[in-house]
Design a protein around this ligand. Sequence first.
Ligand code: MF3
Ligand code: CO
Length: 269
Amino acid sequence: MTYEGWPIYSEAQIQLIASAADILSRLFGYLTPHILPGVSTAELDQMAEEFVRREGAEPAFKGYKPPFEEAPYPYTLCVSIDEEVVHGLPSPHRYLQSGQIVTIDCGVRLEGFHADMAYTFSVGTVSPQARKLLQVAKEALYRGLLYARAGAHMGDIGHAIFSYVKSYNFAVSEQLTGHGVGEAIHMPPDVPNVGKPSKGVRLPENLVIAIEPMVQMGSRRILRGADGWSVRTKDGQLAAHFEHTVVVRRHGPQVLTSFEPIMKALAHV
Ligand code: MF3
Ligand code: CO
């Protein structure tokens, strides 16, 4: 089935996405206690790849060539530190340091179906401003998720995200959006982080999307990093990113990726 040219999956197919999402959620729980000062970002990547393969799934970013990129992405995780917004490359020479914020972004494929999730962690002790940014970015995701409901408009999601972010004088780039998820990690439709209430296409029941606000503390301008992959804030200020894979259901969102129960037991996240 399709709607506006977007695939709408059967319950059996959605169940595969949910199974991929379950592996991904447990991966975040597995990595969380390792997100400490002194760990290299390549070590986290290696742990992630081993975990995903042990679960009988595949890392979805590895080998994926996003549109407008020349080469396939070479790692399991994107690890974006401080002013990096997305697509930070794991490196054996980059060690996490106390005071940093670090986004772990990962996609998992299971029997041809995908799930996508990102979470920004604090490393050791971070500044009060950084803590505020994390709280606002996470709540922006939750406010957007509330509109993953059949009959809501796409603009409702972006409006919920942007109006909340703006009330703190933080910013989002219009160039970076969420997306459909299913047989590919990135599928139509785009899910913008800005929008007008009651505008845009109405969301159909059973559409699976990744909602992912990327929130910047200063200006919304972004730049490509020197490594050719990372995207960072132009002004060098911090950015945070939270993402869940969610099914649009008749009465509200069914969030497939989540590790909140694990996180509640951990003081530093
Ligand atoms: N960060 C993207 C997302 O969450 C996916 C990464 S694309 C890759 O939608 F090329 F880095 F794999
Ligand atoms: Co995504």
